[in-house]
Every structure is written in structure tokens, then in C-alpha cells.
Design a protein around this ligand. Sequence first.
Ligand code: PMP
Length: 434
Amino acid sequence: PIPNRNPEDIIALRRQHLNPTLSMSYREPIKMVRGAGAYLYDQDGNAYLDMVNNVCHVGHCHPSVVAAGQVQMAQLNTNTRYLHDNIVEYAKRLSATFPSELSVVFLTNSGTEANDLALRIAKTYTQANDIIVVDHAYHGNSPTMIELSPYKFDGKGGRGRPAHIQVAEIPDDYRGRFRKDDTQAGARYAQDLQRAIAAIHARGEKPAAFYCESVLGCGGQVVLPAGYLQAAYAHARAAGAVCIADEVQVGFGRAGDHFWAFEAQSVVPDIVTMGKPIGNGHPMGAVITRPEIAQAFITGMEYFNTFAGNPVSCAIGLAVLDVIEQEGLQAHSKQVGDVLLQGLNELKQKHALIGDVRGMGLFIGVELVKDRHSLEPATAEANTIIEFLKAHRILLSTDGPYDNVLKLKPPMVFSVDNAREFLWRLDQALFSVS
Ligand code: PMP
């Protein structure tokens, strides 16, 4: 059996034998031993309400998903070069959640692999090289994705923007140049793509792709202003680029009103990339695109990926889609998300520290500021609140360029009661820092 070590010994072994760049959550990291629904349990049996994990989408260790994996694992696991029902059933079922134009699926093992593959497809289809991304975005951990993630190349240890990448201004209508009172903010922010495109042309290149998350995660849970993607896609397409929606964080019903968050912007992307929630914690990712783009990818060079699309992963992916449907989790996300948004807006009336509340469904950001006019970020306060909530057994994280945005993205089974408990504790936490 694997020894049951105490947290100090685990930390010592991590230091000795593990990737030294890994960080740990909290000043005193927690040893978790079990998960169920929206809860994680530590080695002493304490239950923590998990508001961080958007990967275990339909709930930690959901019995249907676990069973689907167990049954298939005991029967067969191979690669995609044999015929199997699971993979075609999964591709068909996944396609059915998208607008009909998007119908060809590629399976991968992670969000990074999905974004890497999307890039390869986009470059092949357009025969172009340069890429436009949105400021502060994160699209993955491979060298190629680090190169197109401002969150990484402009962050600690980063080497700055590579020449073939253009960064479009973040369409943040709380902090940015165009604010919520400007009904044209979306189109105005999208105008910056024209500058990016001109810069690419000035290099003698053409744009292959415009990557944009459908709600900006690392950017600070930023909801795109109305009309942003419509205008941005029009600029990108006029220059010959394909438009890629990164739904790795927000997809699969989390947005509440929509199964895919890009739908809130009334656009149909050319390529959509998926990850995190797709396998409820089992490593999976996917790309979906239009048939004509998939056809152009036929160059003689195969895209083969040893593990991707194996029968076990597809069984798990199918179980996740089933549970979302059977448990009505998209509508649930909308309902609970609205309770959270309303409660948070009430807290905003009470606590000057809350500058902005935004989000959709169970993907919400609460931006903390020291001053509502200067918008000075309340970064230390955000961290104190995270530790306060942890002491009361609620797990929450922060994000955004200033790390001052409370990031709410719980498993989708998070209940109205869970929401009320959180709002009550957050009220106390806000009093404690004011
Ligand atoms: N895109 C986005 C928007 C993400 O948030 C992440 C992961 N944080 C990725 C891509 C990369 O996914 P993965 O870690 O599964 O490779």
C-alpha cells in the first residue's frame, strides 16, 4: 500500500522529487483525500466546499462517470486505429451541442493539446503564420502556447512577446478604456484588431488565427462586452484569419443561458477548443471545426495522438454529457449563478471593497478595489479573504492581472444552499478586512 504521510512529509518529498516549479494552494497546504459532489475532504475528514474546481464539472467522483470509466477500462482500451462505437458516438453527441456548421471533431488529452492542434489546423488552412491573442490570456503550457499566452510571456519568467504574436487590448469594460456605460464598447475594443492586423502586414506576414476565450479567465473573469466577438471576428476574417474560441474553462453548460459561452456573443467560431470539464477530471481535450477547414487539414500528414479518443476516455466523455443532460445542470448553473450574482451585488452595496461583480452562470468574478474611482487593486485583501474562507472550509481562488478578482467556478452541482452559505461567509470575510 501507499504510505499515508502527513502534510509535512509530503511537502518534503515534493521538494526532493517533484517538478520544483509547482506551486501549492494556501499558506498551509491541505492534504485532500476524497471528493464527492461539490465537496473535498481532508485527511481528518473535514469537508471543504469547493468553489475552485471547474474540472470536476458534474461533481467530484460522480458515480455515473466513475462507473463508465471502470466498466470500459475492464473491457478494452486501445487507440483510435481500430473501429469502436465509443469514439463515433462521442463525436456525434459532442457535435450535436454545437451550431450545425461545427461538425468535425478531433480528440486530444488536454486543453493545451487542443489549442496546439487548433493552431496547426489554422496555419494549414490559411497558409499564414501570425496569431492575434487577447491581453492576459492563457492558452496552455507547451512552448507554442506559452508563446501565445501573454499571461505567461509577460509574466514571471516570461521572455516577452514573440514577433509573430500580436496582443489585442483586453475588452475589460470595468477597468479598460471603454466602460459599461458605453453601448459601443464591444465594437470599440474590437477595433484594436485592426492595429494588430496592420502590424502583421507591416512584417510582411498574414494572420492565421484570432484566439479568444468566450469569457476571459486569467484576464479576471471578464465578460466580453456585447458585440465584441462579432466585430473582432469580422476584422479577423476580413484579413483571412480563422476565429478560435477557447472554451476550455467555460464550456459544457457552465455559462447557464448557453451550452457554449461564445453563443452569448451571437457568433459561430471557425474552431472551438475544449478541455478541463470535458472528462470530469479524466485527461481529455477536443477541437471542433467546420468540414471545409478539416478537409484542408488533409495534407498527407496524419494527426495521430496515442491516448486521445481511446474507448475509456470516450466512455467518460459520454457519461459527462449524459449527466449534464439528465441532471439539468445547464439550467441549474443559470439558477444558482443568478442567486450568486444577486447576492454579490447586494454585498457590493454594503462593502466598498467590491468594485465589480460580473459573470454568467457558475463562472463569476468579484473584483476587489481599494478605491472605486482610482480602481486601485485590493490584492492583499483578496488573498486575506481566500485564507479566511479556507479557515471556514470554503475553497476559492483569485485571478486577473492584479490577482484581485475572486474567481467563482464551482462544480456545477453547487447548490442554492451552498451559494447562501458562501455569501454569508463572504460578508464576514469582507467585514474582517475592512
Ligand atoms: N485554455 C484555457 C483558457 C485554460 O484556462 C487552460 C488551463 N488553465 C488551458 C487552455 C490549458 O489546458 P490544460 O491545462 O488542460 O492543458
